[in-house]
Ligand binder design. Sequence first.
Ligand SMILES: O=c1ccn([C@H]2C[C@H](O)[C@@H](COP(=O)(O)OP(=O)(O)OP(=O)(O)O)O2)c(=O)[nH]1
Ligand SMILES: [Mg+2]
Length: 144
Amino acid sequence: MEVKVINKSKHELPAYQSISAAGLDLRANLDEPMILRPMQRTLVPTGLFMELPLGFEAQIRPRSGLAFKYGVTVLNSPGTIDSDYRGEIKILLVNLSDESFTIENGERVAQMVIAKHEQISWKSVKVLEDSERSAGGFGSTGKG
Ligand SMILES: O=c1ccn([C@H]2C[C@H](O)[C@@H](COP(=O)(O)OP(=O)(O)OP(=O)(O)O)O2)c(=O)[nH]1
Ligand SMILES: [Mg+2]
């Protein structure tokens, strides 16, 4: 599927890093490195603008390596890019570690997965059909 994009960044368009990768790695588009102190959050610009077809969304997800090694993750994960959004794609990063993290220009700081989604219409009812689970949740099936 082709997606219209405007690339105002200093970098190449995001790419899949392997033949079957689900996510396109997104690069920080910065004039100078950004320092993210412990527990600090920031919006990282990408310089990318896109037009998703109706019925699709983009999800902004963390990169596991950054999360594991540095405690840096996407605060609103998965961030939602609506198909009618025409603004710059931004990445909401947070540093959950106890050390500062430097975001370099061009660093791949998150990944973007394009997904189909539905829009529903509500049908208000008085009763819902029962099920085996019924209202059980939040660990109701046990641990082991
Ligand atoms: O990680 C993100 C999340 C959102 N957005 C942009 C695209 C999205 O379509 C728009 C709105 O996002 P969302 O609906 O999550 O935020 P909101 O707080 O509900 O803002 P709004 O009232 O603008 O919908 O912001 C990003 O660039 N990055
Ligand atoms: Mg919203």
